[in-house]
Write a protein that binds this ligand. Structure first.
Ligand SMILES: C[S@@+](CC[C@H](N)C(=O)[O-])C[C@H]1O[C@@H](n2cnc3c(N)ncnc32)[C@H](O)[C@@H]1O
Length: 225
């Protein structure tokens, strides 16, 4: 099975490039200056290998991975009342010390993480924000995007999975053309390869025979220009 990704058209590219040039994380973060921003438990940083699942929903992927890899630290962040709340409750009942859940908005939380602090970032089935007036909310346009690259350690990976080919096409374009996305190389684009369904949405799409794809980029280990 294939999962071809469309290249965004000229108008979409022009809008994306204009948005990247105008909206920077520093300015965007001003809105969070006086707001409550949830903290990540200190114990997460004690793991030498760390992964963060952005918008982790009920946390299915992290529940599986944290059990299979107890030596690694697994963090999920979700802002939804239903999913984020359910996720933290589920994580607490496991009693697993390498599994961390934060119910809150990942943007200000991740913006405060130190650079080169994560080995893996995953984004499973983000909201596509279809109406053009909302497209700036897609991760490809978002001021958090270049920070995601900076958060990765050399060799770290960034995975995004979606059932929306257009979303993955835009994402791939952004990772290859955003002026601040330096030192990222593509290691996979195509259909998802995990038959089990890693997340709640992925499992639902597999059951409904909805094709899904994923794009994986890796931060190059040699950072010299
Ligand atoms: C379509 S659901 C996918 C959930 C899960 N990743 C899955 O595949 O089952 C998108 C999730 O992203 C979360 N989300 C969107 N923007 C977020 C943000 N800025 N911070 C934290 N969570 C976010 C939503 O609350 C929602 O649970």
């Amino acid at each position: 099975m294939e999962f071809p990704l469309p290249t965004p058209d000229e108008k979409q590219i022009a809008f994306m490039e204009k948005t990247w040039a105008r909206h920077h994380l520093e300015g965007y973060m001003k809105r969070w200056e006086n707001a409550f921003v949830a903290e990540v438990p200190e114990a997460f940083w004690e793991y030498s290998w760390r992964a963060c699942d952005l918008g982790c929903g009920f946390g299915k992927y992290l529940l599986r991975e944290s059990e299979q890899h107890p030596e690694k630290g697994w963090l999920g962040i979700d802002k939804g009342n239903l999913r984020g709340g359910g996720m933290t409750q589920r994580f607490n009942t496991t009693g697993r010390s390498n599994l961390f859940g934060v119910h809150g908005n990942a943007i200000p939380i991740m913006a405060r993480f130190p650079d080169a602090s994560l080995d893996q970032i995953t984004i499973f089935y983000p909201n596509p924000w279809w109406p053009p007036k909302h497209r700036k909310k897609r991760w490809s346009y978002h001021p958090l995007l270049p920070k995601l690259t900076r958060l990765l350690k050399p060799g770290g990976t960034l995975l995004l999975a979606s059932n929306e080919a257009f979303y993955l096409g835009e994402w791939q374009y952004a990772l290859q053309h955003h002026p601040e996305m330096v030192g990222m190389k593509k290691i996979y684009t195509g259909p998802i390869r995990d038959p089990e369904g890693r997340s709640h949405f992925e499992t639902k799409f597999i059951e409904q025979n909805v094709p899904c794809g994923e794009v994986i980029f890796q931060k190059e280990t040699d950072q010299t220009p």
